[in-house]
Design a protein around this ligand. Structure first.
Ligand SMILES: Cc1cc2nc3c(=O)[nH]c(=O)nc-3n(C[C@H](O)[C@H](O)[C@H](O)COP(=O)(O)O)c2cc1C
Length: 166
């Protein structure tokens, strides 16, 4: 094991990748050594001393790549402090119900690995960039469109992690 923190993300359209990047930058500013990787590119997870793992929410759940990553790596992840974050649009209005729904997206992975901290962040939805099936779903549920990512909130959360994953 070395002193590196893993920041691993899943993404479909890139907004969660950018949030993971802001988290990694904040940890680096705090003096930490960080590997920022898409989940599919993580090898030798046992060498990390802590991990921050995040996924966007689609239809109430983490992307399947992210769920599979936690399933496959659960043994190693249980040996280190882990933080999870979810990115979605139900938290845009900051209602209790919206946060509850975003947190529920992590129910499955939290059965396997108990995080020391969780983050729930508003994401970005640009209907014109979506695949046709995704655009149809978004129109159906009338999801708000726009970029609602709050970079101050994300950086503040990441700064607070430094103590918790030490
Ligand atoms: C087809 C579709 C379904 C979505 N379902 C949810 C959902 O159930 N809950 C939620 O909070 N956000 C939902 N979103 C919003 C995404 O989580 C948000 O756009 C996120 O920033 C996308 O991340 P990505 O750019 O990393 O793929 C959905 C978006 C799309 C396109």
């Amino acid at each position: 094991m070395d002193d590196t923190i893993l920041v691993a993300y899943a993404t479909r359209y890139g907004s969660t990748k950018e949030i993971a990047g802001a988290i990694a930058d904040t940890l680096r500013s705090g003096g930490e050594t960080v590997d920022l990787l898409p989940m599919g590119e993580v090898t030798d997870i046992g060498r990390y001393r802590a991990a921050v793992v995040g996924s966007p929410i689609y239809m109430g759940k983490w992307l399947s790549d992210a769920q599979i990553f936690i399933e496959r790596q659960q043994k190693e992840l249980r040996r280190m402090p882990v933080a999870f974050f979810s990115v979605g649009m139900t938290v845009v209005d900051k209602t209790e119900d919206g946060y509850r729904r975003a947190e529920a997206a992590m129910d499955q992975v939290r059965l396997l690995v108990q995080p020391v901290e969780i983050g729930l962040f508003a994401g970005k939805l640009e209907p014109s960039n979506l695949s046709l099936p995704d655009r149809a779903i978004v129109a159906l549920v009338r999801a708000p469109s726009g970029d609602y990512r709050n970079w101050d909130e994300i950086r503040t959360w990441a700064s607070g992690l430094i103590e918790k994953i030490r």
